[in-house]
Design a protein around this ligand. Structure first.
Ligand SMILES: [Zn+2]
Length: 276
């Protein structure tokens, strides 16, 4: 008898890097985590399958979604080759104003001198100083990852600005977000040919205005930083809020225990209640 998923965990990664820092998983731990997923029979599913699942279609019992926020260069250097080796797939949310031009840089399994990797704070400073290319993917690398089938790419806005924090009033906030989403859409359409209806909120922030503006801009799936698992057939077809589990810089055994919990609806909900 085929068993179907009762809950689908969506994992949230940022950096996979040898430069330690905030929201960073080491390449060793990442490789171990991916080997665990592949060996334990997990299926990594894409955005279209997740969407169908949320609408009520069945998925295999051990289904999981991998997501990467912000489009860091280290995703190409350290995540892409590991995903490729195992035949696993992930979603990456791009901040389109940060993406550079130029040739593909070396990755961990391509041979050649790998680019220096900045830690999270150094990367933030590089972006502030107008040098995002030192920290962020290039379009050439994005294309190579798409062609390899390791990553699909979605919007994380054009600027990553928290419009709620920089705006004097609600109209300014709404106009800022609206422009930001339109600019990201234009960049993604120009470079990738299409834009999905999956959007990742910068810093996980959203409010009623944000949700209304993003829905008007055509988005239907919203990736939050709120912890939890995801369940089929929920009665919210207009807007699907997707909860995620932040992956720590820990060995595969840690990930295994998190997935055990969050593929079981009752246990997942009880666990989150206790943690709160
Ligand atoms: Zn982000």
């Amino acid at each position: 008898m085929t068993k179907f998923a009762r809950a689908v965990p969506v994992l949230m990664y940022h950096h996979i890097s040898t430069s330690p820092g905030m929201i960073t998983v080491s390449p060793e731990h990442f490789a171990e985590q991916m080997a665990y997923l592949a060996g334990a029979g997990y299926t990594t599913i894409g955005s279209a399958q997740l969407s169908a699942y949320l609408a009520g279609e069945p998925l295999p019992e051990k289904s999981v979604v991998l997501t990467f926020d912000d489009g860091y260069l280290d995703n190409w250097v350290h995540a892409h080759p590991v995903l490729q080796a195992h035949g696993l797939t992930a979603l990456c949310f791009l901040v389109t104003s940060w993406i550079g031009e130029g040739p593909v840089r070396a990755h961990a399994r391509s041979g050649g001198a790998m680019p220096a990797l900045l830690n999270h704070h150094e990367g933030e400073r590089a972006i502030e100083n107008g040098e995002p290319d030192r920290a962020i993917l290039r379009w050439s690398e994005i294309h190579a990852m798409r062609e390899a089938g390791t990553f699909e790419f979605h919007s994380h806005t054009h600027s990553h600005v928290r419009w709620d924090q920089v705006s004097a009033h609600a109209e300014e906030k709404c106009a800022g977000l609206s422009r930001d989403l339109a600019s990201a859409r234009a960049a993604l359409e120009q470079n990738l040919g299409a834009v999905s209806d999956h959007l990742c909120w910068p810093q996980g922030y959203h409010d009623a205005d944000y949700r209304r503006i993003a829905a008007q801009a055509g988005f239907r799936h919203f990736y939050t930083c709120e912890p939890g698992s995801n369940y089929a057939g929920r009665n919210d077809d207009a807007a699907r809020s997707i909860t995620r589990l932040e992956v720590r810089n820990k060995p595969a055994s840690w990930l295994a225990s998190r997935l055990w919990v969050h593929t079981r609806p009752t246990i997942s909900r009880a666990y989150l209640k206790i943690k709160r």
